[in-house]
Write a protein that binds this ligand. Structure first.
Ligand SMILES: C[S@@+](CC[C@H](N)C(=O)[O-])C[C@H]1O[C@@H](n2cnc3c(N)ncnc32)[C@H](O)[C@@H]1O
Length: 213
């Protein structure tokens, strides 16, 4: 999977948007490893929640081509603009929506590929809404208690938005308690697979994949 170019980003945009890091690249590696599976699904709708710079959804759109409809969602308005630019300048079509998780969508069982690299860092709960020093950028990493407060809001919605053969990719760290997520998602009707894991500078990152039982 080609990593899209971000050379168009200005310093100001970089200051307001999550700069791709090890978690981003591990997620792209995981999606690349699963490319044959994704092609096999023949996805009609692919959605990335929390697209940031747009590098992930653009890489997916480049790899899977124009047979699918691509949607990126982010709560940060600058991230939405940057995602749009990244997609366009890399020759892909991505519909970008500024919104809180999947709150404004009525995509009942329509999403074939759902991707989320969430804010997963353990922080005080109030930081999940941003802080004075970094503003909206805080929302890129602040995950509140156990780093789970944002992703936990999405989990109960997965059964209603993912299609029958749909797959959900999620980045987590060990502090997010992946075994607990496994049980929670199992109760919602999903099996968890670990696609990639890597220790990076004191963080243990995992890319999880969920499919229906
Ligand atoms: C860790 S960054 C990931 C960015 C990009 N996907 C990547 O892998 O480089 C998390 C992203 O989620 C966005 N985000 C945080 N809370 C959100 C929410 N409630 N709804 C939508 N996006 C959210 C942040 O603005 C940020 O862009």
């Amino acid at each position: 999977m080609d990593t899209p170019s971000l050379s168009h980003l200005s310093k100001i945009e970089y200051d307001h948007v999550y700069e791709p890091a090890e978690d981003t690249f591990l997620l792209i590696d995981a999606l690349e490893e699963d490319l044959a599976l994704l092609q096999n699904i023949k996805p009609t709708v692919c959605v990335e929640v929390g697209s940031g710079s747009g590098i992930v959804i653009t890489a997916v759109a480049k790899a899977l081509g124009r047979t699918s409809f691509y949607i990126a969602v982010d709560i940060n308005q600058v991230a939405c603009k940057v995602t749009q630019k990244t997609a366009q300048l890399n020759g892909t079509d991505v519909e970008v929506v500024a919104m809180d998780l999947m709150s404004g969508f009525h995509l009942d069982n329509k999403i074939d590929v759902l991707i989320f690299n969430p804010p997963y860092v353990v922080t005080p709960s109030e930081e999940i809404l941003g802080n004075k020093m970094y503003g909206d950028l805080t929302r890129a990493w602040a995950g509140g208690e156990r780093g789970r407060e944002v992703m936990d809001q999405l989990f109960p919605k997965i059964p209603d938005i993912l299609s029958r053969c749909g797959v959900f990719y999620l980045v987590v760290i060990s502090e997010n308690c992946p075994e607990d997520i496994k049980h929670l998602m199992n109760d919602l009707g999903f099996i968890m697979h670990v696609v990639k894991e890597r220790k990076v500078r004191g963080e243990y990152l995992l890319v999880l994949k969920f499919t229906r039982k």
